[in-house]
Write a protein that binds this ligand. Structure first.
Ligand code: ADP
Ligand code: MG
Length: 387
């Protein structure tokens, strides 16, 4: 039994409309979000030549029922939304039912999928808006979608793409954010045959560590705070370490599991750090915010990265105070450990003034270690049975 419906025109017209497929990264985003919505616990992303040659996403989610396969490629066909009222409670990442149709319109797409009820996997191949072929094959329950010949029929869009390295960088940034915002899902990310990320789905700390690397992770402090019914957890950079960088590319914001951009947050962060930051430097920061569903409006922009909060002030004070409290707490604990060290070495002549300023070069390992405790066992075999 299929479950995809064509959205009623009256519903569809009220969704913020627009083009979702503008570059390889937007395809990766749509495909991975579909895998997440399908309940996948393992997702493998493969790209070649910055995604310009090939993008392939494999998952172990629910699969698409045979009856639904062709429908999934039609525009405004979705299994996630029935009427407009559903939007306020929507928990899935997709809901417009236009991604697969848009991809099919501008490239070649192969979907290979199997649900628990199917004996065989169903394959459909389409190009330029048309279905070319349907066959059956084998695979585990789940879906693999491969996109090639991107923009072969829309030269203008092809010309707007960056070079391969530039498109690859966009995809890598997106994948890193998807990994951090879905820490319980195991992700593998391969670029031109080389494994770039393998995260095991062991939770937020492991995901952040996978993406940032141990050297930066050691210079992040966990934050956690609640204000009214807004909850915040995350990581913030320790001042004067390699976790302070020259751009904002590693400031990641998540609300209710969804990545979002919000220009108003950056000044709040800079203010909370205040004189701890040198000019034109920015802390690496990951904010994971949970709010009641009706506190946000996600139907703002077609790429769904924009979110409207009903209480922006509350959001800002939560972010500001949690960062500031954590930095002060960290600085105090560091000063305390220096004091203890000094009192243990009474006749040493070190200038204590220098040690008390938090931006001196004193190593902070011991205090950081107290903040962060997690042992991760890397099990590279986890993906070996995938596809
Ligand atoms: P939307 O995600 O907005 O519903 P899409 O065009 O992205 O629209 O997908 C259309 C439908 O195809 C989805 O509603 C879903 O039922 C199905 N689908 C797409 N990708 C997958 C997948 N990886 N696993 C299972 N079902 C999928
Ligand atoms: Mg979708």
């Amino acid at each position: 039994m299929g479950k995809i419906n064509k959205l009623d025109e009256s519903v569809y017209n009220r969704l913020a409309a627009g083009e979702v497929i503008e570059n390889p990264a937007s395809i990766v985003k749509e495909l991975v979000e579909n895998s997440i919505d399908a309940g996948a616990s393992k997702i493998k992303i493969i790209i070649e030549n910055g995604g310009k040659k090939l993008i392939s996403v494999h998952d172990n989610g629910s699969g698409i029922a045979e009856d639904d396969l062709l429908l999934s490629l039609e525009s405004h066909a979705t299994s996630k939304l029935l009427d407009f009222n559903d939007l306020s409670t929507i928990a899935t990442l997709g809901f417009r039912g236009e991604a697969l149709a848009s991809i099919l319109a501008v490239s070649e797409i192969e979907i290979k999928t199997k649900t628990i009820n199917d004996e065989n996997a169903n394959i459909v191949i389409g190009k330029g808006g048309k279905i070319l072929n349907r066959t059956i094959s084998n695979r585990e329950v789940g879906t693999s979608i491969t996109v090639t010949n991107l923009f072969y029929n829309t030269q203008a869009r092809w010309r707007f793409l960056k070079n391969e390295k530039g498109e690859e960088a966009n995809i890598t940034k997106l994948v890193s954010e998807l990994i951090i915002s879905n820490p319980d899902i195991s992700f593998e990310y391969n670029v031109d045959g080389k494994q770039i990320y393998l995260s095991l789905g062991y939770g937020f700390n492991e995901a952040v560590k996978t993406i940032m690397g141990n050297k930066i992770f050691d210079n992040l402090l966990p934050i956690a705070k609640e204000l009214n019914d807004y909850k915040l957890t995350g990581f913030i950079a320790i001042p004067s370490t390699n976790a302070i960088i020259s751009n904002k590319t590693k400031q990641i914001f998540i609300v209710n599991g969804r990545l979002f951009n919000d220009l108003s947050i950056s000044p709040v962060i800079q203010n909370a750090y205040n004189e701890r930051l040198m000019k034109r430097t920015f802390p690496i920061i990951i904010l994971d915010i949970i709010v009641p569903f009706d506190e946000i409006d996600i139907n703002v922009s077609p790429n769904k990265r924009e979110v409207r909060f009903s209480n922006k002030n509350l959001l800002h004070s939560l972010i500001y105070s949690s960062i500031k409290d954590t930095l002060i707490k960290y600085e105090n604990s560091k000063n305390e450990s220096i004091l203890m060290e000094l009192s243990g070495k009474s006749n040493n002549n070190v200038d204590s003034e220098q040690h008390f300023s938090f931006d001196s070069n004193i190593e902070n390992e011991s205090t950081t270690a107290n903040f962060l405790q997690n042992d991760i066992i890397i099990n590279k075999n986890l993906f070996d049975d995938n596809n």
